[in-house]
Design a protein around this ligand. Sequence first.
Ligand code: UT7
Length: 323
Amino acid sequence: MTRRSVLIGSGSALPRRALGNEELAKMVDTSDEWIAERTGIRNRHVAGPDETTSSLASAAAKAAIAAAGIDAKSIDLIVLATATPDQTFPATATIVQNELGCNGGIAFDVAAVCSGFLYALGVADSMLRTGMAERALVIGAETFSRILDWEDRGTCVLFGDGAGAIVLEAREEEGEKQRGILATKLHADGAHNQLLYVDGGPSTTGTVGKLRMKGNQVFKHAVTNLADVLREVLAMSGTEAADIDWVVPHQANARIIEGTARKLGLSMDRVIMTVDQHANTSAASVPLALDAAIRDGRIKQGQLVVLEAMGGGFTWGASLLRM
Ligand code: UT7
């Protein structure tokens, strides 16, 4: 018997307002054609004044709890990945905990930008397997629209807001087809921390700052790092690429997703793509895509699924799980 973190429910939430490429082209010097061709993005959602990272996270968490069919009070760990918290502190996870009414357990945020959900998953999985908690909510939630420079066409067209959440439960699993997280590999390389960053913060400027990115340099690292970490996580668990039922990649750019799949010899009909609808929602992108594919019936219990992401820092990682 092995104690594993088993996914028992997922949920997601998007802001009410959708912003298509055509509408965006009226705000900044760009075109639907350029955005769609270079990135695959056609639409994104943008938070209104009454929508926050915590409100989106809470809505996604409630949907995940309902899908799991459990009492919110049984959640004893919340790990929330975000680079756009409601406030510098307290952790947005504590605001979500209070909203869900599961006060008393562990709740904290993880900052690893676009890889945040993979980092949060790794931390939650470790805590569940070592017995520090029994039921965890792992959330990726962002309101990147609040840190975008809406006059910089090189970045503002790429990002969107949203949240995704999963419930993990510690279970004793046995046999070849054990459910749960089978392997996770995480990396960071701080040498590249100025290729994708925010030009403000509490201890430097005292302001929130705006997102800055050298997009083409990030692009070059993304495909290599993602293909490498996918190979690592497969090797750790003795899995062949051919055994994978679904890849749920970070949704930054369709060309990065396709390039990574090509390197591993994975056919695109096994890759979940939501970048056209959500754009890059940073830490929310993997759980948003995962929830979409669970809800539309593509991802089913028993299947092998690999999650991957890469983002500012640089940070990157992958996780293999049996649903
Ligand atoms: O979440 C993880 C991190 N993020 C990423 O993974 C993003 C990685 N990077 C990318 O996805 C791509 O690099 C971009 C989509 C950001 C850019 O695509 P690119 O093919 O690397 O284009 P580029 O930055 O080399 O720019 C090409 C041209 C430039 O014009 P010139 O200098 O060739 O005349 C840009 O000024 O495209 C221009 N451009 C635009 N044109 C119309 C840049 N943004 C836009 C725009 N609309 N929105």
